[in-house]
Design a protein around this ligand. Structure first.
Ligand SMILES: NC(=O)c1ccc[n+]([C@@H]2O[C@H](COP(=O)([O-])OP(=O)(O)OC[C@H]3O[C@@H](n4cnc5c(N)ncnc54)[C@H](O)[C@@H]3O)[C@@H](O)[C@H]2O)c1
Length: 338
């Protein structure tokens, strides 16, 4: 294969900020086609990137010249479009949360296995330099086991991000299923699983809609227990303003790691012998300050190398199940075992 011919389905904010520019920068990729429900959005991106414009996803997927696609759509469309793409013989990079149910996520995994194609989920937190650094430190052994943690992701809400502003699908249960938990919380359920190399075994949650005109939650506070026994909290909010918080604190046997709480030193380690390491690894990406995500390059490399991507469907499913568990916990007011 000379170049990977890529199609992007959905030309909203994530496509514009990450997928389209990062494909355009990758020398092994040719941006072949785009589509969007709103034709003018696809038209605009088609002109900007010299890509063919299709009327809809079905037409784009019918083009045999397209080898791989990105799914940049509202959550409730992820599974059907991903499965149709895999059945059409395309590799798929699907945005998070992977799907709106565990059964849908499994059907996506099964479709990828049947087609023999790559399925990757866009959990970009794993590629942030501060998180990579924190993981190296945790697994160097000096700090011992993680005993407890706090992880949170919060900003002022998707009206400042989505291409549809305050009318966005992000606020509607029928399109999104989950609110701040699906937009932000799933990033942190994925991050904590990856950082600790451990699985969440139970979750409890309080969800609330306090500020937004939405049928989904705008705040979530969850407690998690890991297989190792470690416990911690995961918070996700759309009502932190001004600013944005994407921080994680890991309390270990022999010290503490703070990630993303200091703008200059993205990782700070306090060892229990008194030593303090303040580490600069580059700014955390925010909605205002986008950095290259690494997701697109990894997807492309996995395809060329004929290997499983760093964030497989099974990884996406396990991270999704934590937020589905949180929804169930909030509904039943019980701790949910996963
Ligand atoms: N990885 C990340 O950090 C990150 C950040 C933001 C969003 N996301 C995810 O990306 C996905 C898209 O979010 P967004 O921020 O781009 O939303 P957005 O509202 O900005 O854009 C969604 C786009 O999808 C289009 N669309 C809707 N239905 C369609 C259909 N049937 N066919 C074609 N196009 C259709 C809309 O017209 C719109 O242009 C979501 O799943 C979201 O959770 C991921």
């Amino acid at each position: 294969m000379a170049k990977l011919q890529v199609g992007v389905i959905g030309c909203g904010s994530i496509a514009r900020h990450r997928h389209l520019p990062e494909y355009a920068q990758n020398h092994r990729v040719s941006l072949h086609g785009v589509c969007d429900l709103v034709a003018s959005r696809a038209q605009e991106m088609g002109v900007r990137y010299g890509a063919k414009v299709y009327a809809d996803a079905t037409q784009l997927l019918a083009d045999p010249d397209i080898h791989a696609i990105s799914v940049c759509l509202p959550n409730n469309l992820h599974a059907s479009v991903t499965i149709a793409a895999l059945e059409a013989g395309k590799h798929v990079l699907c945005e998070k949360p992977m799907a709106v149910s565990s059964a849908e996520a499994q059907a996506m995994i099964d479709a990828a296995a049947k087609a023999g194609k790559t399925l990757m989920i866009g959990h970009n937190q794993r590629f942030m330099p501060a998180h990579i650094k924190a993981k190296q430190i945790l697994h160097s052994g000096r700090l011992g086991a993680v005993l407890s943690f706090r992880t949170g992701f919060s900003h002022g809400g998707p009206e400042g991000w989505s291409i549809d502003g305050a009318d966005s699908w992000f606020f509607r249960k029928e399109d999104a299923l989950v609110g701040a938990m699906g937009d932000l919380g799933v990033h942190k359920s994925d991050l904590i699983r990856w950082l600790l190399e451990d699985e969440v075994v139970s979750v409890g949650a309080h969800l609330a809609t306090l500020e937004k005109n939405a049928t989904v939650e705008d705040n979530a506070v969850c407690t998690l227990q890991m297989r190792s026994g470690a416990i911690g909290t995961l918070t996700a909010s759309w009502t932190y303003h001004p600013g944005e918080d994407n921080s994680t604190h890991l309390y270990c046997e022999h010290g503490v790691v703070h990630v993303g709480s200091d703008p200059q030193y993205q990782v700070i380690v306090h060892y229990d012998d008194g030593e303090v390491d303040r580490i600069e690894v580059g700014a955390m990406a925010t909605n205002e300050q986008q950095t290259t995500s690494g997701v697109i390059d990894e997807f492309v490399d996995a395809i060329f190398s004929d290997r499983e991507s760093a964030i497989s469907g099974s990884e996406g499913k396990a991270s999704l199940e934590v937020i589905l568990g949180a929804l169930e916990s909030a509904k039943t007011r019980r701790i949910v075992s996963l």
